[in-house]
Each structure stands twice: as C-alpha cells, then as structure tokens.
Design a protein around this ligand. Sequence first.
Ligand code: FAD
Ligand code: THG
Length: 807
Amino acid sequence: MPKIIIIGAGIVGCSLADELTERGYCDITVIEKGKLWKPGGSTSHAPGVVFQTNGSRTMAQFARQTVEKLYSLQHSDDTCFLKVGSLEIATTPERLAELHRRAGLALSAGINAQVISPDEALKLHPLLVRDKLLGALYVPDDGIARAVLADEVMGERAISRGARYIDSCEVTAIDQVDGHVTGVQTTQGTFPADIVVSCAGIWGPKIGAMVGMSKAIQPLAHQLCYTVPMPELASYKTEAELPVLRHQGSDLYFRQRGQSLAVGWYGHRPLAVKAQDILPAELAEVMPSQVPFTPEDWKGAMERSIEVIPSLKDTDIAESMNGLFSFTVDNFPLMGEWSGLKGFWVAEAVWVTHACGVARAMAEWIVNGHPTLAVHECDVNRFDAHQLGAQHIEERGAQNFVEVYDLLHPLQPMESPRPLRTTGFYQRQQELGGFFLEAAGYERPQWYEANAGLVDHFKSPSRDEWSSKFWSPIIGAEVCSVRESVGLFDITTLKRIEVTGKGSLEFLEQMTTGNLRKKPGSITYCLLLNDKAGMLSDITVMRRGEHDFFIGVNSNTDINYLKQLAPDTVHVRDVTAGTVGLGLFGPKARALAQSLTRDDLSNGALGYFKLKSTYLGHVPVMLARLSYVGELGYEIYTTADFALKLWDTLWQAGKEFGLIAAGRGAFNSMRLEKGYRSYGTDMNSEHNPHEAGLSFAVRKGGGYKGAEAFNAIDKDALNRRLVCLILENPQHVVLGKEPVLHHGKPVGYVTSAYFGHTIGKQLAYAWVPAALSNQGTSLSIRYFQNDYPATVGEDPQYDPQMTRLKS
Ligand code: FAD
Ligand code: THG
C-alpha cells in the first residue's frame, strides 16, 4: 500500500483522505499548516453556496456527487448539507432565456431543474422583489454546504480508518529522487512518501514552485458580507431555510444565515494576490485567506442588492471580508499526476461545490489508475506552454473573475490576449476576411468573408439570435463549395507528435488499439483506452519509417500520457508549434495537388489512408490521404517556415480548380455529416468503443492497454449509444449539450449539432439509452423552452459507402 501525504486539510484534502481510506488506502498523512478543523484556507470562510448547474457535464456530476455525499454526512443532529434549493433570477429577457438554457444543461446532467414564474419564486423566497422579476431557475437539490463541519466529519472518519492528521505543520519542500517523489520536508521534520497530493488551494502555486511546476492558478479576493439580523427573518430559527439566490445580472449571490443574509459580490475589480504574498496565520488579521476589506470595492453591491431584495435597504453590515480563492486560466480545476514528477499529484482550484466529486475521482485515479468520470477538461497536464506563463495566468485569472456570471455563448473566444498565436497562414487568412475564433491560443478562422459571394448560390436556414452568434450563412456556402470542388482548411491547431527510436512500434502497439504492423507509408486510425476500455483519445498513426511515427492526437494530455509511458529508447516529441497543416479536401483536391508535383498521386500510387513525402512546387511536404470532412484529399504538413509559401503555391494553382479557403464552421458541419466523432465533445473516457460506434478501430486479439476489458464487453448488452438524431424540422437549430427527451422525460444529451448542408438536414449526435437507439425512434431535443421532435437516423448520413473518400 503506498504511503500518501496530502498537503492541506481544506474541503478537498479532507474529502480525499476520506475517499482514499474508504478504498483501503489507509497509510495517509494529511499535513496542514493551520489548526484543525478551521485551518484558515478558503474553506474556513466559504459561505458554502452550491449551485450544481454547469456548462461542463463533468463539473455538474462533481457537484451532484458533492451534494449527495455532504447530505449523507451527519454532524451533531444535522447533515452537512442544507438542501434549501436554489433560485437564479432573471430581470431581463436575455437572462430569462439564459435560465431556460441553464435548465437544459442541468437536465442533461441529470439534475432536476425548472424555470418557474415570479410568483412561484416569491413563494420560495418572500424577500424577493416582485415587479422586476421575470422568472427564476429553481433547482430543489441545490443548497448550502457546511464545509467546515464536513471537514471534521470526514477527517474523523479517515482517522478512525488509520489516517493521520498533523496540524500546525507547514510543508516547506518536496523531496524527489530520479524524477519520483520521495517525501516532504516540514516545520516538524521530514515525512517519507510514495505519493504526495497537493490540495493547497490558493497556496497551490507556492507548492508548485517547490518542484519547478508552474500552476495555472491565480488567487483572487472576492467580497462577502453578512448583514445584522433582519426583522424580515426574525421567524427563522435554524441556520437556513430560504433557497440560495443568484442574481447574475448584477454579479450577486445571497444566502440566509439564521436571521441575517450573506451578500456575495463579483462586481468589483479583480483583486489579485500572489500565493507567495499570502500572510501566515500569525500575521493575518483574521485568517490567511482573508485580506483586509476594501470598502471602495463594495460600492454598488448594496444598491444592486436592494433592487432585488428591498428589505436590505436599511440593513447594516455586521461582517465583511475580502476572501481569497483560486481562478484558473480556463475555469477548470487542476487534477491528476503532474507529468513533471512521478508521484506528485494535484487537486486544486476546486470550489466547495465540486470538492467531494473531485476527491472521489482523484481517489479512483490513484487507486485504480482511472477515474469513473471524464476528467480531460480538468487534467493538470492539459495546458499549452503559453498558459503557464505568469502574465497569462494573471490576466486570464482576472478576466475569468470578471466574467464569472457573464452570459457567455459557448463559442465565445477569450478577448485578450489576442492575437496570441498565429499560424503562418494568418496574413492570408486576414486578407480573405477570416472571422477568427481561438483554439489552443491560435487564431482560427470560423469562415471567410471573401466567400460571401457564394451565399446566393448555397442557401442556409435562418437562425435565431442566440444560434446566429459567431455564425454566418457563409459557413454553409463554404461546405457546398468544398463538396463541389475543393477547399483549403487550416488544421495547424490539431496536435501532432513524433514517436521515434527503436521500440516505437512495440510501444505504440501496447498503447493503442491499432493494427500498426503495416509498411511505412501507411496510416491507422485507432484509440487509446484505459484499463476499463474507456476511451482516452482517438488518434491517427502515420508510419513514416521503420521506427518513425507521426501521430495526430487530441490534447496535451495525450502527449504527456505517451511521454510518461515511453521506454528510454522511444522519443515522444510535440512538433505542433514547429509545423503547420493544411487540409486540401474536395473532389478536385487530387487534380490540384497533382498539378504541383511530379510524383504520381493517382489512387493506385497514393491510396486512401496512405502517406507520402513529396514537394508541392518548392515546398517539401508530407501528404496524408485522409480527411475529417469526408472528401477526397490530403492533410498536408510542412515545417512552419514554409507556411506562407505553401499557402501561396496552393492558392495560385487552385484558381483553375475553384479552390476556396474554408473555415472551422464548415469543417465541423462536414465532419458531422460524415459521422466523425470529436474526442472530448462526442465521447470521452466514460464511453467504450462499442457505445461510441468506434469498435472498428480496435484490433482483434489483445496486447494493448484496455484489451481485457474491451474483449469482455457484451456488445448486445450496452447501456447507451451515441446516435445520429435528425431534427424533423430542418429549420430547428440546436447547438450541443441540450437534453434529449423521450415522452417528456430527460433520457440523454446532445454532444455536437450542426446543419448538414449537403444532406439538407439538421443533425445532432446524442447519447441515449441503448433501448432508444434504434433507427426510427422518436425523441425530442429541448432548446431553451422548445421541444424539437427528432428521430434516430442512419449513421453516418453522408457517403456511408466511402465512395468519395476512396475515389
Ligand atoms: P483550502 O480550504 O484553502 O485548503 C487548503 C489548505 O492547505 C489550507 O488549509 C492551508 O492552510 C493548507 N496549506 C497550504 N499550504 C500548505 C503548506 N505548505 N503546508 C501545509 N498546509 C498547507 N465555493 C463554493 O463552492 N461555494 C461558495 O459559495 C463559495 N464562496 C466563497 C466565498 C469566498 C469569500 C471565498 C474566498 C471562496 C468561496 N468559495 C466558494 C470557494 C471555496 O471556498 C474554495 O474553492 C474551497 O474552499 C477550496 O478548498 P481547498 O480545500 O482546495 O482549499
Ligand atoms: N487528422 C489527423 N489526426 C487526428 C485527427 C485528424 N487525430 C485526432 C482526431 N482528428 C482523430 N479523429 C479522426 C476521426 C476520424 C478519422 C480520422 C481522425 C477518419 N476515420 C475513418 C473512418 O472512420 O471512416 C477511418 C477509416 C479507417 O480506419 O480506415 O478518417 O483529423 N491526422
């Protein structure tokens, strides 16, 4: 049994000790610099408000598990969760619409939620104003976490199972030998360990610095005040009965505490603090995670509050604080084993709301090697280099604070810093009027205004205000034009690695489901599985030479995962930033490419899923004959220095073939018509290849990670399936993440949705129970308040015979 040290006894550390000891990992030492059970971190003063609804399914599940667990914990005579319900209120039509969308997100994640009328809201919370209210989102199972009490209950339980808690003990250094953690040094001496888990919250960056790890965490202060007792609350005798409230339109939230109200305020400027500068307990006024209250930043908070709770008008503030907690560059927590040091794990930037779910996933990860829920969004190894720079962390953290309650469209890119990364094609893309969104920090065109002239030719269904954000009818025109002739797509943002050296083939055979014993020049589409046959990624392995592979992967997590496991003779190198990629896709792609090279590109010489090094004009390239948009064509790779020359060469030659530049919008619509899944969106580690319709990518026999579990799956007894839904009315637009209903009951959720311009239908891929996955099954998709009828259709809808790709 490994010796485990947990740094920090906040809600995350305490939950983790509980989850690990429950799984029989009892050699646990929790080291805490403060005093138990209120050691002075963010948990010690959090009002504990829990709203489970989240744009991320995983985060919503973490919240659900947290509520379940805290509700099951008994402290004295009460549970550690007060299930008072929650109300998010709307005073504008836009916010009301947003509440309907959020209700959909909740239902998709299995959380009971409904939009209710102002009168119903008032019944639940009589202090609310009536006249301005348009409606509210009511989630009955939301409420208040009694986090400090929960820490004590979970802590005592872990201790009863053999764990140790040592308080007033500060970790000052992490020991390591040969890239593996060996223990920690503290103010009370050295403690050996096989695994160290940092649950240090806002001090996370400081612990990170001990091992040379930059953490994408920014501690920020947030203002919270408690009122004096209010006469309107005089009749309440318990800690809280009224639902917790959010008024996102004014950056406010509220909870009852006996006869007073807590008012939380995000409307102030971001108040950043460096982890290194947080005062120790003996110097801090109240506790380390509270900095002095700044009344000037509170300005506006009460005025806005009175607008929705008029009885606050003559109410004084009894307690006020600027409390510290963590924001990250992408709003997701940091979880998992850091690839820079074996045995060094992190669970930080976690809200109370998600803490027990996060801790459960961490414990499963440590004990079983993989968590049950999909954690790719939260993986500590997910970041690009730029996301780990001090300036970026500070700026993104602050911006995410400002936007915490903003009404954000799912496609909305960060505003700053932009442009941050550009591909070598950027100048040309600008000249063509590219409408840029951001991907992995790169500017990436969604469509090109230069193609506006095509719109008269190829019409798209019109869209409502929400779905027409970051959208243009040009997207559909680009699709149709590419399917007719040929298009140029910038695919540089797709991550690429080289795996080279003796033993590469054997290594990749163990790691992937692919049949890779093919001649150099071949390409294989395959999967990475975990030990439970859950999918970690889908990749394309291009064999360039005997011991030389070029692989298209999905994320930095994939890259770090392969790096971690590669034997000494095998080198895994990320070549994304040093190379560029263009997709040349469409029926005229071969004729165009052939006009630029003396090598034979005929179907016989360079067939489907084959690879070739050649020149296009002056530019040395690798042509890979595959296409995520389902057309004849090539992925073309070259080094970054040749980007512009490559673009210009193709552009010049493309004139006679009707070449257009096409954006990501077209790319996504086309890949969905062809039924190509997008990892992270359509599927993740919670799903096995059969459920996702990808078992064709798994080789027969075994010898790869996950084989045993995969071979044990009963294909005829799957619980759920990814299906292709066709909306009955092609004018009905959905965007993804909406709940799928059967006879009015939520049964699943949409992953990706686009209009299929070639087939003239609105498509939505969705997870549904296997019993409802047969073609022809009638379901509906809830978009805001509307239930749109949809039917399970053939998968894929476009070119199922592969005639276009293989022509
Ligand atoms: P912490 O509770 O900060 O625990 C980390 C522990 O690590 C600390 O006890 C610290 O002493 C210890 N530690 C650090 N460094 C060392 C070291 N070197 N050696 C030993 N020990 C160390 N979240 C919600 O979900 N709902 C809310 O309503 C809510 N409201 C909030 C309001 C305010 C004003 C603030 C500030 C935060 C709020 N949060 C809320 C966020 C929430 O409080 C935190 O995200 C959560 O408590 C973090 O828990 P943690 O265990 O990660 O960190
Ligand atoms: N290009 C490259 N690598 C990639 C992607 C890509 N890696 C990550 C991600 N995208 C992987 N996704 C896919 C999905 C489908 C296909 C390729 C990459 C594909 N599938 C064929 C099919 O299902 O018809 C496979 C046919 C076969 O196995 O013979 O082409 O876009 N480089």
